[in-house]
Design a binder for this molecule. Structure first.
Ligand SMILES: CC(C)(COP(=O)(O)OP(=O)(O)OC[C@H]1O[C@@H](n2cnc3c(N)ncnc32)[C@H](O)[C@@H]1OP(=O)(O)O)[C@@H](O)C(=O)NCCC(=O)NCCS
Length: 164
């Protein structure tokens, strides 16, 4: 399967949402699990656009809930691929909440999602490398590479320990 590079902006994806009663927690603000589910969906859209494959979430790293989101506020989510390996990719999703009456906007959550592209037999399959375009892409790429290397190293260390 040819894997020509694809730019990060080619697969960038967005979801806009209005926070309604079914999205709320017992405090009357947006339930964190609801927000994570929307972010996961937005990341899945970017993963599928990047790979043109079915993709599954394999991990979520470093979720920061920065501020609560009120009932009736508008949510804007953006997902962008900043790291690709052989079959997996890391996607940064950030969420902004907007007061619809004033237009004031606040960053409310950010997280890193890892997805794996699957072939028709549900096996991991190669994906195109991502072509980085911005300074933020390059910074996130370096951080993701370090996470990827650390995870691979710890997997191979634990295999060595099990074999002893
Ligand atoms: C995703 C899945 C198919 C990977 O299977 P696997 O046996 O771990 O496959 P591999 O070891 O070959 O790893 C495949 C890729 O996943 C990456 N990966 C595995 N575990 C990971 C983790 N915890 N975090 C990030 N990447 C991970 C590997 O690095 C590899 O990427 P690479 O080819 O780019 O190096 C399997 O773990 C799975 O089906 N998980 C459940 C997915 C799911 O149901 N998600 C929720 C609903 S969408």
């Amino acid at each position: 399967m040819p894997t020509a590079p694809k730019t990060a902006s080619e697969s960038q994806s967005h979801i806009t949402w209005i926070v309604q009663p079914e999205d709320l927690n017992i405090h009357g603000s947006l339930f964190g699990g609801r927000l994570l589910s929307l972010m996961d969906k937005c990341a899945a859209m970017a993963a599928m656009r990047h790979s043109r494959r079915n993709c599954v979430t394999v991990s979520i790293d470093k979720v920061d809930f920065v501020a609560p989101v009120k009932h009736g506020f508008l949510l804007d989510l953006t997902a962008r691929v900043h790291f690709t390996a052989r079959t997996s990719m890391e996607i940064y999703v950030d969420a902004w909440a907007e007061n619809p009456l004033t237009g004031d906007r606040k960053n409310v959550c950010k997280a890193f999602f890892s997805f794996v592209a699957l072939d028709g037999d549900s096996q991991p399959t190669p994906i195109p490398p991502v072509e980085l375009e911005t300074d933020q892409d390059r910074q996130l790429n370096a951080e993701a590479q370090a996470r990827y290397d650390a995870r691979k190293k710890s997997a191979s260390d634990s295999r060595r320990i099990v074999k002893k």
